[in-house]
Ligand binder design. Structure first.
Ligand SMILES: [Zn+2]
Ligand SMILES: [Zn+2]
Length: 421
């Protein structure tokens, strides 16, 4: 029997009580033509000098989160990126596609090696953007930085500086491995040295989505349950009413993070462990600052190599998950569940910004007896300290222990039988 859905579709967000009607949405000028926010408008390449003493020896002071001059200890910070580029604006008014200039499509032919003229001594210095966006002049030893975006993904729109110090990360990793030491492979145990941890900025896209979602399907509400005898066994049966269920609402997804390194999007679980980085999320991306390559000094970084085209479907799938999750609290009446037959998430606006997010990594390349290698690693979120990882296991020890557990189980079973339970 079909019934009327007893719940009035409820908006799931406070700011969704006045749904935007279709004609209130301003038309997108050209179809899917992204509007670009210039995030490197006043960025300068070359010598970035300390404002107090003019030195170029500049690095992040993790303890304060500020850039520090290596000579006079003067400290300062880059502007908050969200404020500088007005990226935390109202998501409900977002239409079409907005992208930071550092998130534009990567041009494959773009040079990975850039030549700079040192503005201190005039020498020509080469920066390999594949590995770094900084280099030292070999004549005058000044540090040259590249802050302007080239179309190869080496310079993102913003960067979230490290705030967990290396010593803390080393402790976390040692503790994580320590707990698993008993089962760890002896070679791993022998070679383990938490001091080998490296700080790396990983490339992500941070996405805001303004969407309208409509889910429809059928839900069951139980009216009665009873037992029947089938042969000599009791079976529980139930009666339920069937309802058509529809939920329709506006949704505003803020700061969804999507990884933009194709290596980690296409996880190959035969060569490395599951995506551990996802388990140390989230990052407080709202505290990101404008990209300044001085934040990279002493750390390594990976380049973004995926474009919006590849990443949009991933973000939209995540938005659908968010939609499904958000309506759950409005479905308590359907105690036997709801099966959605249609799920539409109409993305009305999206805003994409590329970011570097900080991670401490301890990696271990396991050489297996078949000659293949497997990459294990322990990762620490360098903002929250959240730690997760994988260690190579000592199979024979694992088998021995599970054998003992089984043996103990068998013995207990025998004892129970013996005393007649
Ligand atoms: Zn200085
Ligand atoms: Zn020079």
């Amino acid at each position: 029997m079909e019934n009327i859905d007893p719940d009035i579709p409820q908006p799931v967000e406070a700011d969704a009580t006045n749904p935007v009607s279709a004609d209130a949405v301003p038309p997108v000028t050209k179809e899917n033509e992204p509007r670009v926010v210039l995030t490197d408008a006043d960025a300068k390449d070359g010598l970035a000098k300390c404002a107090r003493c003019g030195a170029t020896e500049i690095a992040l002071n993790v303890a304060t989160g500020m850039l520090r001059c290596g000579f006079c200890r003067f400290e300062w910070t880059a502007d908050n990126a969200m404020e500088a580029f007005n990226l935390n604006g109202d998501i409900s008014g977002l239409t079409g596609i907005v992208v930071g200039s550092g998130s534009s499509d990567i041009v494959p032919t773009t040079e990975e090696v850039l030549t700079f003229k040192c503005s201190a001594c005039g020498a020509e210095v080469v920066i390999d953007t594949n590995h770094s966006t900084q280099a030292r002049c070999h004549w005058c030893r000044n540090t040259l930085s590249m802050n302007q975006q080239v179309d190869n993904g080496a310079v993102p729109d913003m960067i979230l500086p490290f705030s967990v110090e290396k010593s803390t990360a080393v402790e976390r990793i040692a503790k994580f491995v320590g707990k698993r030491k008993f089962f760890a492979h002896p070679t791993f145990r022998a070679e383990f040295n938490a001091e080998n941890v490296m700080g790396v900025y990983l490339p992500y896209m941070v996405v805001d989505i303004n969407a309208h979602a409509r889910l429809s399907g059928q839900g069951e509400h139980q009216t009665r349950s009873y037992t029947v005898k089938v042969g000599d066994k009791d079976q529980t049966r139930y009666d339920a009413d069937l309802y058509d269920v529809v939920r329709e609402f506006d949704m505003h997804v803020n700061d969804l993070t999507v990884e933009s390194s194709s290596d980690r999007i296409d996880q190959n679980t035969s060569q490395n462990s599951n995506n551990i980085i996802n388990t140390i999320m989230p990052f407080d991306v709202e505290n990101s600052v404008r990209y300044d390559s001085n934040y990279l000094a002493g750390f390594t970084s990976e380049r973004r190599d995926s474009n919006l085209d590849q990443l949009s479907p991933i973000a939209h799938t995540q938005a659908e998950d968010v939609a499904r999750h958000r309506v759950n609290s409005t479905l308590t009446f359907y105690d036997r569940g709801v099966r959605w037959s249609e799920e539409e998430v109409d993305v009305r606006g999206q805003r994409w910004v590329s970011a570097y997010l900080p991670v401490w990594l301890y990696s271990y390349q396991q050489r297996k007896s078949n000659g293949k290698t497997f990459l294990h690693y322990v990762a620490v979120n360098a903002r929250t300290g959240e730690t997760m990882g994988s260690v190579p296991l000592h199979q024979s020890k694992l088998l021995l222990v599970s054998g003992i557990v089984q043996l103990v189980g068998t013995v207990v079973g025998l004892v129970l039988v013996a005393v007649g339970i």
